[in-house]
Design a protein around this ligand. Structure first.
Ligand code: TZP
Ligand code: MG
Length: 236
């Protein structure tokens, strides 16, 4: 199967811990509501379950995402992605290296890499990442062991260097960390201004956990976020 064309606009990253998900039995229901609301990409991020459990969850989730024709990526675990046959993985700086992940998964799978500075970003671009997850943008209770909070300025710096190095058009970008309906327009908007440089640079999308997983109405929340992202994407 050729590499799927991915729409990165609104990327749901799951979390089933009690801090995010008040009722764990609602997990699949919430993801389905998010899919109905228009999320364009889903990542299973499951840090505590054992391998057998994760594979079980991933298989069920993949059935669901396929119904909505949305790609499913697995956080950290190349083995789980291979076992399930889903569309790819998201790896952090402390996970399997990109080269090995690519060897195992082949060219047809999606590989995203977390980056929080210019060096990591260029290395991931050179190594053939399909997209960069840039962050952590803002401090968030969902992930407290973050290496660094980079703010909008950190995102802009990474995009600017990717642009000079010729990777802006080639490698997709999303940002993550503390994003919600209030700051999403701001992070996308600020990313369009580079001091006196007239170049307009915009992210391909935003990744959120709690703005959808903890919402009273995940379908409505997804629709609202999608509208915000779409209104900024027209600049790209
Ligand atoms: N990586 C950096 S921040 C984060 C991850 C997985 C969690 C983001 O969660 P939220 O609830 O969208 O701030
Ligand atoms: Mg990781």
């Amino acid at each position: 199967m050729p590499k799927p064309k991915v729409n990165y606009s609104l990327y749901l990253v799951t979390d089933s811990t009690p801090a995010v998900l008040k009722d764990p039995s609602q997990f699949f229901d919430i993801v389905e509501k998010a899919l109905r609301g228009g999320v364009t990409l889903v990542q299973l991020r499951e840090k505590t379950a054992d391998t057998g459990e994760i594979i079980g969850i991933a298989k069920k989730l993949h059935k669901l995402t396929k119904k909505y024709e949305v790609p499913l990526l697995i956080n950290d675990r190349v083995d789980v992605a291979l076992a399930v046959g889903c569309e790819g993985v998201h790896i952090g700086q402390d996970d399997m290296d990109l080269e090995t992940a690519r060897e195992l998964l082949g060219d047809d799978k999606i590989i995203g890499v977390t980056v929080s500075n210019v060096e990591e970003a260029i290395k991931a671009c050179e190594g053939g990442a399909d997209y960069l997850g840039i962050g952590t943008v803002y401090a968030t209770p969902t992930k407290t062991n973050t290496k660094s909070i980079i703010g909008a300025a950190g995102v802009r710096e990474i995009l600017a260097v990717m642009d000079s190095a010729g990777y802006y058009e080639k490698v997709n970008t999303v940002c993550i960390g503390g994003l919600n309906k209030t700051n999403i327009p701001r992070i996308l908007y600020q990313s369009q201004h580079f001091g006196d440089k007239p170049r307009v640079l915009v992210l391909n999308g935003v990744a959120v956990v709690s703005a959808i997983m903890s919402a009273d109405d995940p379908e409505e929340a997804s629709k609202e976020l999608m509208t915000l992202v779409n209104s900024s994407q027209k600049f790209r």
